[in-house]
Design a protein around this ligand. Structure first.
Ligand code: GRF
Length: 219
């Protein structure tokens, strides 16, 4: 059990609403973490302003300034490790990571992906769920492994797909749940209750089901 708040590095590429949900939960006293740094691969994004407004150090590592993925990831690791994080939280971070990077943070890096994994890894998840005529859609927080959007799920929230849904309306319904389940997963980790064990997530000493803990937001 962690006695003092764990140190978290949050990686972003954009608007940072998930980052904001973590900041808000932390400021409400619901998240025993110190957000030690926010790192963005894009300069000028709104997420960086959110961090600065909360007094959190920021780093911009612009991937366009590197001529290989390996060099970019190496620079990221050096920048991140200065802050000695216990956990890396990918919150809308839109770069594919090298095996070296993933291996360096195995068991202490999570991602949020807007689909009910293993459905729809990759991009345009809301459109794909609509086109498939799915009755349900949702979001997954998972540990990061080398497989893109394929690491062991920790928690999923399921939402309904409504008649006449647009991609935007569905995305908004999912995003609302993202802001619930990401702080929850980070809290479990911070409380020492959540671990990666092999290719499964373990909560309070029990292996979680393959899709993770399910929150049903369809009612
Ligand atoms: C979210 O939909 C997240 O699931 C996906 O990227 C989006 C990031 O949103 N990985 P934000 O930057 O947290 O607002």
């Amino acid at each position: 059990m962690a006695d003092s708040p764990i140190r978290v590095a949050v990686l972003i590429s954009g608007s940072g609403t998930n980052l904001q949900a973590l900041i808000d939960a932390q400021q409400r006293g619901e998240l025993p973490v110190t957000i030690a740094v926010v790192v963005s691969n894009r300069p000028g994004v709104l997420g960086l302003n959110r961090a600065q407004n909360a007094g959190i150090p920021t780093q911009v590592i612009d991937h366009r300034e590197f001529n290989s993925r390996t060099a970019f990831d190496k620079a990221m690791m050096i920048a991140i490790d200065q802050y000695q994080p216990d956990l890396l939280v990918l919150a809308g971070f839109m770069r594919i990571l090298t095996p070296e990077f993933v291996g360096h943070y195995t068991g202490r890096m999570m991602n949020i992906h807007p689909s009910l994994l293993p459905n729809y890894p990759g991009l345009h998840t809301h459109r794909r769920a609509l086109e498939a005529g799915d009755a349900y859609h949702g979001v997954t927080v998972h540990f990061v492994t080398e497989q893109l959007d394929g690491g062991p799920p920790i928690v999923q929230a399921r939402v309904p797909v409504l008649p006449d849904d647009t991609e935007e309306a569905l995305a908004e319904r999912v995003l609302e749940q993202e802001h619930v389940i990401y702080p929850l997963a980070v809290r479990w980790f911070a409380e020492g209750r959540l671990h990666l064990e092999g290719d499964r997530s373990k909560l309070d000493g029990e292996l979680l089901p393959p899709q993770g803990h399910l929150i049903d937001a369809t009612g």
